[in-house]
Design a protein around this ligand. Structure first.
Ligand code: BDR
Ligand code: CA
Length: 311
């Protein structure tokens, strides 16, 4: 199995991404989960990460708390999307499993240092603060990374938190810039992809029909999560942003994109956090990321439902 670290700010869609990874032990070995401040403050994201592990029946997974604020600016959160707890919808019990001692960034650094070059995949599902801090503190770990598969950014879909920027990149553009310039192979799941991974009513009923605590909780999460996108954008259902990352590890052929140059805007007030993606190759800037553009959504939901059924 592929060794991964999930870096996350749960978030209903983060939760589903974690569940998909934990449902797939033959393909994915979760070395640990590092929480970061994002959708809600850190105390909630680390608690939510533990709730999700317990829901999956995996209280043995190591969960660490990482950075509680972005590198250079104050934290922007998204309770308007995810609710007060960040995981509104299901009524999950307070976690019993412990939070690990030590800082999430130290866990990332120590874990990568102990592994062979090119052997660990990082899966950031929130702002890139933890990953950037780890790379800054220990540049030697970059070569240990097999791939960074992250949810963030947008090109044709532009923005969801400002007209120009996607939430994860917007919250910590300075961190994103460090990560995109680090030199590790990067796969990006932008809004262009995730806005096609919509939980329509039949897809959500398929989760509920699993009849398991996991299936029911996932249906309740998307019930809550989708009210925002339905009201705001008139979309057919909630976009399952973050599970695109874990689905890519299992079935990369579900996604298509281009290997291009992607730069992060950190200066402009108006477009801060924009992913300036050279989709059409109009510059001679060096390529640094595979920027996905399309998804086989039916294949994605079939995979997700089949795997969640195992938990
Ligand atoms: C991203 O922002 C968060 O609200 C979601 O969890 C996802 O990671 C989408 O822009
Ligand atoms: Ca997230």
């Amino acid at each position: 199995p592929r060794k991964i670290i999930i870096d996350t700010d749960p978030g209903q869609d983060d939760a589903v991404a974690i569940l998909l990874a934990l449902a797939s032990p033959e393909d994915i070995e979760v070395l640990g989960i590092t929480a970061v401040a994002g959708n809600v403050p850190l105390a909630l994201t680390e608690t939510n990460a533990r709730k999700v592990c317990e829901l999956a029946g995996r209280p043995d997974v190591k969960v660490f708390a990482g950075c509680d604020r972005p590198l250079a600016h104050t934290l922007v959160t998204a309770e308007h999307v995810h609710g007060k707890t960040g995981l509104d919808g299901p009524d999950l019990p307070a976690p019993v499993m412990p939070l690990q001692d030590g800082h999430g960034v130290d866990f990332i650094v120590d874990t990568l240092r102990a592994e062979a070059p090119g052997s660990v995949t990082l899966c950031p599902l929130g702002p890139l603060t933890n990953i950037a801090t780890a790379f800054q503190r220990a540049p030697d770990i970059v070569e240990k990374v097999q791939e960074i598969v992250l949810m963030g950014g947008a090109y044709f879909e532009v923005g969801n938190i400002t007209p120009a920027a996607e939430f994860n990149i917007y919250v910590d553009p300075e961190a994103a810039e460090i990560v995109f310039r680090a030199g590790a192979p990067i796969v990006v799941m932008p809004l262009d992809v995730t806005h096609k991974a919509l939980v329509t009513t039949p897809r959500n009923e398929a989760f509920r029909a699993l009849g398991t605590p996991v299936g029911v909780a996932v249906a309740q999460m998307t019930d809550f999560f989708e009210r925002f996108d339905k009201e705001k954008y008139g979309s057919e259902g909630a976009p399952l942003h973050d599970p695109c990352v874990t689905a890519y590890l299992l079935r990369p052929e579900l996604f298509t994109g281009r290997h291009i140059n992607v730069e992060i805007e950190t200066g402009s007030k108006l477009t801060r956090g924009m992913t300036v993606a050279d989709w059409w190759g109009v510059t001679d800037r060096a390529t640094n990321a595979t920027f996905m553009g399309d998804i086989d959504a039916d294949g994605f939901f079939a995979l997700l439902t089949e795997r969640l059924a195992r938990l």
